[in-house]
Design a protein around this ligand. Sequence first.
Ligand code: HEM
Length: 485
Amino acid sequence: MSKQPTNLTTSWGAPVGDNQNSITAGSRGPTLIQDVHLLEKLAHFNRERVPERVVHAKGAGAHGYFEVTNDLSAYTKASFLSEVGKRTPMFIRFSTVAGELGSSDTVRDPRGFAVKFYTEEGNYDLVGNNTPVFFIRDAIKFPDFIHTQKRHPQTHLKNPNAVWDFWSLSPESLHQVTILMSDRGIPATLRHMHGFGSHTFKWVNANGQAVWVKYHFKTEQGVQNLDVDLAAKIAGENPDYHTEDLFNAIKKGDFPAWRLYVQIMPLEDANTYRFDPFDVTKVWSQKDYPLIEVGRMVLNRNPENYFAEVEQATFSPGSFVPGIEASPDKMLQGRLFAYGDAHRYRVGANHNSLPINRPHAEVHNYQRDGALRSDSNGGGSVYYEPNSLGGPKESLAHKIAPFEVSGEAQSVAYDHHDHYTQPGDLYRLLSEDERARLVQNIVNAMKPVESDEIKLRQIGHFYKADPEYGRRIAEGLGLTVPQGE
Ligand code: HEM
């Protein structure tokens, strides 16, 4: 017996008389403007899209939980990390960076790894990648960098000339370029890759003592990558391969999981460490700062609705909770502005009141009104501060940990310029097979570059990381390493 369907209604709730035939003058039309259901249906359809994310447009999301496995309350007062066994609901969105919303999943690109923890003290967003470092280390270079990753303004094609021109003139990118061009540049699935907070963050404990931390999510599925030819084939045949894999794994109860670890650096070490620990193009040695387990993240529920949950999800590196604060990392500092601004443009001023973004903690503040305010908007409660009406008040205990700043204000470069040791170490760590594939991937990516000057400049960087690395790429491109490199 089939279920009796409910009445189809307009968006204002009135029953619809006919959803298959417009109101026309006789059977051969024209259509009457009084068909308000038709007008509303067409007009709403025209407005179905919000702007896609300017980066990380293609993504897949899942719900899950985070469970503490190690008590690190000596280092942070963050309540969701306060005791072993404590569980916090979370939502994750994985993404590629450069492609558009409909682009292929199995391309060579970093993968976004954005986690929203719905803690009892507000949402904590950790908006990282599947790589521990980034291409640049100052936010002021980000729009230019992304322009080189996107399409040429005239041809609307991807442009390897711009990519390698920028990278060759920004040698701080070498570490991330080496990771990107290695086997890890195309993960087998979203489940088979690690995640990183990438930046250095500050943890503060209940006594106000602070440390620097870096986050590492280690996949329990193991790291697996895709062979380049297979990836290209899949990109053509099933551009949504990673999205589908994640959805199906969770649907059949094969819940992916990651262990979260941190590296912890005493505050004062930052002054004497052998490079600037806030430089996001560098990793901290795990010999100096070993991984310490924090907890386990398990993804166990698919979104019910892609647009409502994945597309409208808004993650911001600035969404901190008490016990977790910013570091002076110049990229992070820029990101603290960029995301909220993007969300207000892409989703709207009230994006945090949408179900996917709404904190599980109660929200009490004096923000009112704005487009698409869909909750009670504070009702008749007090709407200004200071007030003598018992409105919500700040809690001094939650001020940030004070810190000293010094130096002359100026546009200043980093004071460390070794862009070569860490990529060179990474190259030397690879097996011969891995090196051969890395070199081949780079050669293939650089071949279309029209200018030998760009190629030679970039080869010079590979050479400085490791002479063999540079030589092999030069050979692959039929060039010789410039004398004096
Ligand atoms: C998304 C800006 C660096 C990871 C975005 C978005 C913007 C942005 C505007 C789109 C946000 C939205 O529409 O919801 C920037 C700027 C950066 C920067 C200005 C440098 C100053 C980074 C770095 C990482 C990163 C270093 C990783 C370590 C992500 C991720 C997303 C994203 C994962 C997607 C978030 C989601 O799934 O909604 N970025 N970004 N970004 N960015 Fe960045």
